[in-house]
Design a binder for this molecule. Structure first.
Ligand code: PFF
Length: 452
């Protein structure tokens, strides 16, 4: 069990804050045209993410086991349908799929630790930064090397049991990451592109929002808060009963959102000051951040540190991606922790090779329309698996668990707050997910056409 409230906050924040905030949020914001997308994302965090995160923590704390077994014992105890256990299994699968590409991108960050340390970006131009990244993407063997290194680190850490290392990592490195982000935002202010960057991120141009953008905003809200696959549920199993779930969850969600917004405010000014393309895709952070540090005094030092911290943020998230599967194997199958960790590592590593290749050798292999292997994994996990998982988790918490359990877990004392929570978790959040699915299926343009 986490020894105190802060330990859980730190672990959950370590899970939430990661590549999703620093790498993915800026680049999908760029691809989706900025402001309107950001607003939808914020709404998804508040109305869908927070209630579902509360549901995950409370199910985990009530079940006190791995997500699969927590769902199993709660359904048995309260005489619910066995099918609810599938939610736990979906999470295990999602964890494997996500880790497989997460480790590849985290490998990019490790590579950039060394690139920055080498000082190669001092005074670089936008074109040079783009070319350096493209060259890296073009070398599958090099990518494979960093991907392997990252995966090995994760396996090493999780096979030793996580809490001790996690706590130190998050307690010291996360604040340091915030400081460096602040330095980058400060640089953005002086870069000459700040006003344009802010305008891009917060200017509401509804015309730029597409159905795909709406779908991405929802999926990203799940991804960035680590929701819908049991990671937070698995951590919830270790939360002492004295901790307030509501306060904790709101704290984590706010923190996570601030980091994402700061990353955007660090990156977009650089994009506009250097005439780069905001919608250039997954390379965005790897082009803009070296560029910014390259133009600063002590930039090589700060830049090295920055990518090191990105790597750490990625490790604490990757650890949580494995926790639902790892906890299950250890408690149910009596497998040794180190064996289970190695098994997870090998499977995810193998799948990850597909992602490595989709940036070079397989860049022209398209599945389901225009998607590469990586695009497909990313889309299937974030836009479909996580929201579906989250939908069922919310429904389970709101309707399958007895009200007494909810009240006890959430410390609800008044009928009004009980109603309020049930409204959020049982109606608003599920309808939010369903509405976005529906709009995606029908097509936002068709809906606009009918409305006008
Ligand atoms: N929340 C992490 C990030 O933003 O990078 C990614 C993640 C971790 C997603 C754990 C899902 C998960 F279960």
């Amino acid at each position: 069990m986490w020894s105190n409230r802060w330990l859980f906050v730190l672990a959950a924040a370590g899970s939430a804050v990661g590549l999703g905030n620093l790498w993915r949020f800026p680049y999908i914001t760029g691809e989706n045209g900025g402001g309107a997308f950001v607003l939808i994302y914020l709404i998804c965090i508040a109305l869908v993410g927070i209630p579902i995160m509360m549901a995950e923590v409370l199910i985990g704390r009530e079940g006190r086991q791995s997500p699969v077994n927590s769902m199993r014992s709660l359904t048995q105890q309260h005489h619910r349908h066995r099918a609810w256990v599938l939610v736990g299994w979906m999470g295990v699968v999602a964890g494997f799929l996500i880790l497989s590409f997460y480790a590849v991108i985290a490998g990019w960050a490790l590579k950039y630790v060394f690139s920055m340390a080498g000082g190669g970006f001092a005074g670089a131009s936008g074109d040079q930064a783009v070319a350096a990244f493209d060259q890296f993407l073009g070398s599958p063997w090099e990518m494979l090397l960093w991907h392997t290194l990252f995966m090995a680190l994760v396996v090493f850490i999780i096979s030793r049991g996580v809490v001790a290392g996690l706590e130190t990592a998050v307690r010291w490195l996360m604040p340091l990451l915030f400081v460096l982000l602040a330095v980058l935002v400060g640089y953005g202010v002086t870069s000459g592109g700040f006003a344009q960057g802010v305008d891009f991120m917060f200017g509401l141009e509804w015309g730029k929002l597409t159905g795909a953008g709406l779908f991405d905003a929802l999926g990203h809200a799940f991804f960035t808060l680590s929701l819908g696959m049991g990671a937070i549920m698995a951590y919830g199993a270790y939360v002492p009963s004295s901790v307030s779930i509501t306060n904790t969850v709101v704290t984590i969600a706010v923190l996570d959102t601030l980091v994402a917004l700061a990353a955007g405010l660090a990156i977009f000014p650089v994009v506009f000051a250097n005439g780069l393309e905001p919608g250039q895709g997954p390379g965005l952070m790897f082009v803009t951040v070296p560029l910014a540090f390259g133009q600063m005094p002590l930039g090589a030092l700060f830049g090295t540190l920055f990518f090191l911290l990105v790597g750490f943020a990625a490790i604490t998230s990757a650890i949580s991606l494995t926790e639902p599967a790892l906890a299950y194997f250890v408690e149910q199958r009596n497998v040794k922790r180190s064996k289970a960790a190695a098994g997870i590592g090998v499977v995810c590593w193998l799948l990850g090779v597909g992602t490595v290749l989709s940036f070079n050798e397989w860049a022209d292999v398209h599945l389901l329309g225009q998607m590469t292997f990586f695009d497909l994994l990313d889309y299937f996990t974030q836009n479909i698996l996580l929201p579906l998982g989250g939908l069922f988790i919310a429904l389970f918490a709101a309707y399958a668990l007895p009200k007494a359990v909810l009240k006890h877990q959430l410390g609800i004392k008044t009928a009004l707050s009980e109603k309020g929570w049930l409204l959020l978790a049982g109606v608003v959040a599920p309808l939010g997910v369903l509405a976005v699915f529906l709009v995606t299926i029908i097509g936002l343009d068709n809906i606009r056409a009918w409305l006008s």
